[in-house]
Design a protein around this ligand. Structure first.
Ligand code: SAM
Length: 286
């Protein structure tokens, strides 16, 4: 049975290990049963799943996941939490801990070696300071996954779902919507965590699209174009791509590709929809 899902048990284990929260690691631990079971439910976690949890903290959600999943692998960066996790997960034979920075983990290899090449399921209350790099890494590296259910800042969940023309529309919106169908599960208030974050949060689930719009477009090319456009979103498409080093900054070649994709070099790239980005990437890198 999960044992940490309340403020009293959480404070007791923190005191036992003389643990101090580290802001630089985005540490806000869940202390709310209904949120914990809501996340496991949103992730539709079952015995057939190999679940990766990014940032287990003291193992509160890991215990919930281990109750439902086949296997759980929890990736934690903070040395101070490793002995805590040894205790809190000690009685779960299907849970293990990988002490590593998540941004350096080769998840394709983990799927291969630990899950017979089958896709992984990601469930996490993410460290908010690296939400975007973590999601971009999973999508760009084409890590095989059945779903990604994550707690993020509410504003970030909105950005993931934003449409062209809105101020929230950016590289994350395009990357998420090009490769997945995002679905907002529920909103979580500040009081569900210790310490309380400054912002409201949201749980969102990303399920892979059956087939991307243009399957021949390589993710690394797509991401190069999307990043170049949104790094300089007030510039014209031509200048943003050239300054972003696309095609070595060769303006003539970029102009030709923009025209071939059916756009004017003077438009702003931030207005392009998913199909537009795919067509443009295809024209630039075919
Ligand atoms: N899952 C726990 C919970 O819900 O109570 C803790 C979530 S807390 C928001 C984020 C966790 O991610 C912390 O345990 C933090 O130490 C860990 N973390 C931060 N940066 C990390 C990184 N680069 N790689 C792996 N874990 C990281």
């Amino acid at each position: 049975m999960p044992t940490l899902d309340n403020i009293v048990a959480t404070k007791a284990i923190l005191a036992k290990y003389n643990f101090h929260f580290q802001k630089k690691f985005g540490q806000n631990f869940l202390i709310d049963r209904s949120v914990l079971s809501g996340i496991v439910e949103a992730g539709n976690v079952g015995p057939e799943d190999f679940v990766v949890e990014i940032g287990p903290g003291i193992g509160t959600m890991t215990q919930y996941l281990a109750e439902s999943a086949g296997q759980v692998l929890a990736v934690e960066i903070d040395d101070k939490l490793i002995p805590v996790l040894q205790e809190t997960l000690g009685s779960y034979e299907n849970a293990s801990v990988l002490h590593q920075d998540v941004l350096t983990v080769d998840f394709a290899e983990i799927a291969e070696v630990k899950n017979q090449g089958r896709p992984l399921k990601f469930v996490a209350n993410l460290p908010y300071y690296i939400t975007t790099p973590i999601l971009m890494q999973l999508l760009q590296n084409q890590v095989p996954f059945t779903s990604i259910t994550v707690m993020v800042q509410k504003e970030v969940a909105e950005r993931m779902q934003a449409q062209p023309g809105s101020k929230d529309y950016g590289a994350l919106s395009v990357a998420v919507q090009y490769y997945t169908d995002p679905q907002l599960d529920f909103i979580v208030g500040k009081g569900s965590f210790i310490p309380q974050p400054n912002v409201d949060s949201a749980v969102i689930t990303l399920r892979p699209k059956e087939e991307p719009l243009h399957p021949q477009v390589k993710p690394e090319h797509m991401f190069t174009v999307v990043r170049a456009v949104f790094n300089q979103r007030r510039k014209t498409l031509l200048n943003a791509l050239a300054n972003g080093g696309v095609l070595g900054g060769n303006k003539a070649a970029i102009t030709e590709a923009i025209l071939a994709a059916g756009f004017e070099p003077s438009v702003r790239g931030e207005g392009l929809d998913l199909e537009g980005f795919a067509r443009l990437t295809d024209a630039l890198y075919h």
